[in-house]
Write a protein that binds this ligand. Structure first.
Ligand SMILES: *Cc1c(COP(=O)(O)O)cnc(C)c1O
Length: 495
């Protein structure tokens, strides 16, 4: 089974090639055209532990790899990397179940997939007989960059450059990136917002996808446009479902709704893939912050990024161009030509209207709601007071959306809220939610938050203030390409 570009069915690739390329050469995203044919025996799958589930799902979604290979990859990716023995625990909070995805090395959900991706890439390189060095370019709204660098640091044959919006990440996130260790990591703060950085990374990709930025160096991507990231993200949807059955919160086969704090539409798309593969998922609730371009799209079918960009308390979702939406359009049945046309309209006019039938199909699965910064802070406080559960700002956006959703849909199923970051990553907002006045550095605020709540600072974040800051480059978005070329030259010459 081959992957193809969302924009052209003539452009195909094996899963291994798709992982190495990141983006298809025509700028489209790689998709499996016959995804619906992959039906999992979820009853059997749910009896396995997360390692077994992951091995099975990766082998199904990335058919270049057989079960033996995925088992090895999964073990190497997960073992010893997470702070909790259960990599993705579920917790009951009031009526909801929270799926906690932040126990990895950088305390954000992206760790789950970015622990796996470098190992997939290493194996894919061998499989494709590929001797060029891989140069990973990543635009980040804060969490991807750090998680990707942790995953790729000192992985032979790879280098990684991360571009983050200079004033668009929390102090803890900035410090995490500035202190990153590893000989093959390169970090740049960009004067601009995430969309600027992401657009520029995409442009550089398209420009150098054929010839490479230097001799013997090939570009690839760790963003959620990479199928090697999307596939591992399906795993925790199955795992959460299994937990609910085991705890008798639902009966086997009963539909569960997932509420997902969303930016680039990667996490929630993995939920959609799980649903397509047969997991009993009812509805998927797309939760946005004030950058509510997706809420408007799901409601009306019109995507329009011509609107003010807000810096919010949930910065990892401050995104107006949601890359993975292109995959959703394809998966809902918009043909290659339609997808290509809509994406052209998006890049030329900043807006497009989905065909009526696609919007209707979307309405059959997706709900949406958005949450202001005021409501985010209030939700953190409310959940703490009611349930003694501390959540981060992104998770609070999802909690808020879950409440709205339950009002919109009285016939809803059991709701699982995906928790995508540790509250200690965004301590200022968490303290504000608790009604505590505090100022100081990220490290001081983490300590304060720990004192107020009695919760420990995650191990992965506790060290951040102690490490030297090694990466201090600030560049304009116009300089990104020359930074890439310069770094590629250094990689090529082995310096
Ligand atoms: C990246 C991120 C999101 C958004 O995930 P997408 O896959 O881009 O939709 C939400 N919360 C946190 C904490 C993140 O790091």
């Amino acid at each position: 089974m081959k992957y193809q570009s969302t924009r052209n069915k003539g452009i195909t690739a094996s899963a291994a090639e798709a992982i190495l390329n990141g983006l298809a050469p025509d700028g489209g995203l790689y998709v499996l055209p016959d995804l619906k044919k992959i039906r999992v025996d979820y009853d059997c799958l749910l009896k396995k532990d997360i390692y077994g589930m992951a091995s099975e799902l990766l082998a199904l979604l990335l058919p270049s790899f057989d079960r033996k290979e995925t088992e090895r990859i999964v073990r190497r990716s997960f073992e010893g990397k997470f702070e909790t023995e259960d990599i993705t625990p579920t917790v009951s909070v009031g009526e909801e179940t929270v799926l906690e995805l932040f126990s990895g090395p950088t305390a954000a959900f992206k760790d789950v997939a970015l622990s796996v991706l470098p190992n997939l890439m290493s194996e894919a390189r061998k499989k494709c007989g590929f001797s060029d060095g891989l140069f990973i370019l990543t635009a980040t709204s804060g969490d991807t960059g750090k998680a990707a660098m942790e995953g790729f640091r000192d992985v032979p044959g790879t280098n990684i450059a991360v571009f983050y919006p200079k004033d668009g990440v929390s102090d803890v996130q900035r410090a995490q990136m500035a202190t990153q260790e590893g000989k093959n990591v390169h970090v740049f703060a960009v004067n601009g917002n995430f969309d600027d950085a992401q657009r520029e990374v995409k442009r550089i990709f398209e420009k150098y996808s054929g010839k490479g930025p230097a001799a013997g160096v090939r570009l690839s991507s760790a963003n959620s446009i990479n199928v090697g990231r999307l596939a591992p993200q399906t795993v925790y949807y199955f795992k959460a479902y299994a937990d609910l059955v085991k705890r008798s919160i639902i009966a086997l086969g009963e539909k569960v709704d997932f509420c997902v704090p969303t930016g680039n539409f990667g996490n929630i798309l993995a939920g959609f893939l799980a649903r397509e593969m047969g997991l009993p998922v009812g509805r998927l609730v797309c939760a946005s912050n004030a950058n509510n371009v997706l809420t408007d799209f799901i409601t009306s079918g019109r995507y329009d990024r011509n609107r003010p960009f807000y810096k919010t308390l949930s910065p990892s979702m401050d995104i107006l161009v949601s890359s993975n939406l292109e995959r959703l359009l394809f998966c809902l049945g918009a043909g290659e030509e339609t997808v290509a046309r809509l994406m052209r309209e998006l890049s030329e006019k900043g807006a497009f209207d989905a065909p009526r039938d696609i919007t209707e199909k979307m309405h059959a699965v997706f709900s949406c709601a958005w949450c202001s910064d005021g409501d985010t802070v209030e939700t953190i406080g409310k959940i703490w007071r009611r349930h003694k559960y501390l959540c981060d700002t992104h998770t609070a956006v999802a909690f808020h959306a879950a409440e709205e959703y339950k009002k919109q849909y009285p016939g809803h199923g059991h709701v699982v809220v995906l928790s995508t970051a540790s509250p200690f990553k965004f301590p200022a907002a968490a303290l504000e939610g608790l009604g505590v006045n505090a100022s100081g550095t990220g490290t001081e605020l983490m300590r304060k938050l720990s004192e107020e709540t009695g919760l420990p600072v995650p191990r992965s974040l506790a060290g951040v203030g102690l490490l030297p800051e090694r990466h201090l480059s600030v560049i304009s978005k116009e300089e990104m390409e020359s930074c890439v070329l310069r770094t590629a030259e250094r990689i090529a010459s082995g310096r």
